[in-house]
Design a protein around this ligand. Structure first.
Ligand code: UFG
Length: 331
């Protein structure tokens, strides 16, 4: 298959690119390297530096290659940043997708796999969230992704563009080869931040709020291994190519861990004390997000392999200890 991966040099996109390459697909990656790294793109994928909003560039790419499938990852994805600068999120995320869909439609490319998020659900009283749950995003990031989902759904109705939307819960971990991993500057995600303490890059962790209505007062999240998530994308692609119905799937592990539990697990794994301070709640944070992944398991036959937290921590540890400065000094 000829596949275009928009945002394929980023943390999640690069793990999907690796699995596509390992499955012998021909991959072109378009990424503006705003947060991605050219070195994260597994060879022989072709890497093009550019912006998804650049229509002439997209037209050139679609003229050169007849794509069978497009994967979309090119988006700003920080809850906190989106609360401070919502227009950045609506501009980059929503308008970037519109340009991509316009060109897909122009070139009659009819298949898209879209990277969405549990942030579309917002605060919910449901313990375990199914795809039918109401979507009332609590931050502009989640709102932008919900808008993008709806735009894709209307393009399905109007132009027969087929889609699978994957709503990820908290993605963590790194490829088991240790060759690619998460390298954000600055890092904001909990698991890599907690590991920075035993790696001597940080002295303590600030927990954003301990007065939530959860098991220990700290926020609860559902952590899914990036390798399992990548596998879900390949299954979703094959499903659409078999002509099956466009749809939305949650991708999570169906288990919730509190922020405090994550810290304890990392302490246990590294045998190093992790000092904690309690800070204010972070604006835009839902108290608990746990996926029901029943639908993706039954429809796509997705079976996550790395469901225990230790396998996530182990792969992140391997990535960081072998790449102490991320991709910077990679050759
Ligand atoms: N947290 C802390 N201290 C920190 C960092 C994080 O207490 O230093 C807490 C956060 O408040 C949050 C939890 O740890 O409750 C997880 O935080 P992350 O920043 O790792 O992840 P988020 O849940 O905020 O968001 C992530 C992705 C989003 C995605 C969401 C879906 O970044 O893109 O998961 O669940 F939408």
């Amino acid at each position: 298959m000829n596949i275009l991966v928009v945002g394929g040099a980023g943390y999640i996109g690069s793990h999907i690119v690796k699995q596509l390459i390992d499955s012998n697909h021909k991959v072109v990656v378009l990424d503006n390297l705003q947060t991605g790294h050219a070195k994260a793109v597994t060879e022989p994928a072709i890497f093009i530096k550019g912006n998804v909003k650049d229509k002439p560039l997209l037209r050139n790419l679609f003229t050169e290659t007849s794509f069978d499938v497009v994967f979309h990852f090119a988006a700003n994805s920080s809850v906190e940043e989106s609360m401070k600068d919502p227009l950045l999120y609506f501009d980059n995320n929503v308008s970037g997708l519109i340009t991509l869909l316009e060109v897909m439609n122009e070139f009659a490319v009819k298949t898209i796999i879209f990277s969405s998020t549990a942030a579309v659900y917002g605060d919910t009283s449901e313990k375990v969230i199914t795809e039918d749950n109401e979507t009332i995003p609590k931050n502009p990031y989640g709102e932008s992704k919900r808008m993008m989902e709806k735009i894709i759904q209307w393009c399905h109705t109007a132009y027969d563009i087929n889609y699978v939307v994957l709503r990820y819960f908290n993605v963590a971990g790194a490829d088991l080869s240790g060759a690619i991993g998460e390298d954000h500057q600055p890092e904001t995600h909990l698991i890599p931040i907690v590991l920075e303490v035993p790696l001597s890059k940080r002295d303590f962790i600030t927990i954003f709020g301990n007065d939530y209505d959860t098991k220990d007062g700290t926020t609860v999240r559902d952590y899914v291994h990036v390798v399992d998530l990548a596998n879900a994308h390949l299954l979703a692609m094959n499903y659409l190519l078999e002509g099956k119905e466009s749809t939305i799937f949650n991708v999570g592990s169906s288990t919730g861990f509190s922020t405090l539990e994550i810290i304890n697990k990392v302490e246990e794994y590294t045998q190093k004390k992790i000092p904690v301070k309690y800070g204010n709640r972070r604006e835009g944070d839902p108290h608990s997000l746990i996926a029901s992944s029943k639908k993706i398991e039954s429809v796509l036959g997705w079976k996550p392999q790395y469901t225990d937290l230790n396998s996530i921590i182990d792969s992140v540890w391997k990535w960081h200890t072998t790449h102490p400065t991320g991709y910077e000094n990679d050759v």
